[in-house]
Design a protein around this ligand. Structure first.
Ligand code: GTP
Length: 392
């Protein structure tokens, strides 16, 4: 029997995803039409003998999360539960805290998956190739100089023995804490990180193996990387979910390349969509609208002849007639100086680096203006065009 654990983090983890993570926890942000986590769950349920999926994080239980859990339980007919850490315990601390729940029922092994990665998730192949002899000799997390062209994709398969190794780090941290002077009567909470605290020690002991994959993979840290991840998943739909891809039909809009359209969206037949476009529930798209490389979230309205390129249009936002909302793609292209899709900072030399344009929820863009490379926080009524700005 197998289980899977998805590390979903918590509110202070999704900061690079603002302003979109104000409205919905980042793991539930739609990528290629479905919540980010659903791609993980779909991969898990395909693994033979998968009995339970546990989401571990430090979000307060909230309406969106509960609704999502209910929906996926019903759809996939498998036990999916959320286990909440009392604070951020780190990528190993959380699973250690809930080790009894994870090993309950006696799974022979369990997967751990980072929520913020997008991948083909070749889980069954990982299991089959588990011990094909490629052991990890040396592990460095976020190396500052070149050590290898093999990267950790944040998807693991562990036997329950892993808890002994995490336990050893836990005990050591406890002892260190006893020796430490408590400040204000409190000991600092000690997080345990799988990568730095556990893998670095396990490397070279013949206990940590590599599964090398050539299938697609990307991180989803910033909102810009959600557009890139959408492109990868939409492309995968040709083999996994062809029904999710829009096709050119009589009386329907013109579709170029891979496009997802929610069945409740209302789209004028003269609109042209794609490639890499995801249209959410209840979106209205008027005559002559052009959308490319963008995510349009539920309830948004794109009025006649507006144009949206390399952008994310927030929930219930409206773009006026003939307006143009445009961003600069931030794909991981090593020849492009702006291509850091997951860069820590939005600025370089005091200036906003060109990136995708993001409209927060309920933003109104007037007719006939241009919004270029800008981030607009939620609930703004703009009265003119903007270029390279964060509109607070
Ligand atoms: P950076 O975010 O740039 O540090 O990259 P990283 O890939 O090393 O990320 P990190 O290790 O912080 O997170 C990997 C995954 O684990 C993400 O899906 C996070 O949401 C999740 N995660 C991180 N910290 C915690 C934690 O304390 N508890 C839980 N449950 N999940 C966590």
């Amino acid at each position: 029997m197998l289980k899977a654990v998805i590390l979903i983090g918590g509110p202070q983890k999704g900061t690079r995803f603002r302003p979109l993570s104000f409205e919905v926890p980042k793991p539930l942000f739609p990528v290629a039409g479905v919540p980010m986590l659903q791609h993980h769950i779909e991969a898990c349920v395909k693994v033979p003998n998968m009995k339970e999926i546990l989401l571990v994080g430090f979000y307060q239980p909230n309406e969106e999360l509960n609704k999502f859990l209910l929906n996926v339980q019903q759809e996939f007919k498998i036990s999916i539960r959320y286990l909440q850490e009392y604070s951020a315990l780190g990528t190993a601390g959380g699973i250690y805290h809930f080790r009894d729940q994870i090993v309950a029922g006696g799974p022979e092994a369990f997967f751990i998956m980072n929520a913020d990665v997008c991948s083909a998730f070749p889980l069954t192949d990982i299991k089959i190739g588990f011990a094909d002899g490629k052991t990890v000799l040396h592990y460095v997390e976020k190396p500052s100089t070149f050590v290898s062209d093999i990267i950790n994709c944040g998807i693991y398969l562990f036997t329950p023995d892993i808890f002994q190794h995490i336990g050893a780090v836990f005990q050591k941290n406890q002892q260190d804490m006893l020796l430490e002077e408590p400040s204000n009567g409190w000991h600092r909470a000690e997080a345990i990180r799988l990568e730095q605290d556990v893998f670095t020690a396990l490397a070279g002991q013949g206990k940590l193996y590599v599964y090398k994959t050539l299938s697609f993979w990307s991180q989803i840290k910033s909102a810009g990387s959600a557009i890139y991840a959408s492109r990868l998943y939409l492309n995968q739909y040709h083999t996994s979910h062809a029904e999710r891809l829009a096709t050119n039909e009589e009386g329907g809009p013109k579709i170029c390349g891979n496009v997802y359209i929610h069945p409740t969206a209302n789209i004028d037949p003269t609109a042209v969509l794609g490639p890499n476009v995801s249209i959410g529930t209840g979106v209205t798209i008027g005559a002559g609208v052009r959308v490319r490389e963008s995510i349009i979230l539920h309830g948004a309205t794109l009025q006649d002849h507006s144009c949206v390129l390399n952008s994310i249009v927030g929930w219930d936002s409206t773009i006026g007639k003939w307006a143009r909302v445009e961003g600069t793609p931030s794909d991981p292209n090593p020849n492009d100086p702006y291509a850091k899709i997951d860069s820590e900072t939005l600025f370089r030399d005091g200036k906003l680096t060109p990136s995708i344009t993001i409209l927060g929820c309920n933003v109104n863009i007037p007719s006939e203006v241009v919004i270029l490379n800008s981030i607009v926080l939620p609930h703004k009524d703009l009265n003119r065009g903007f270029k390279n700005q964060i509109i607070l």
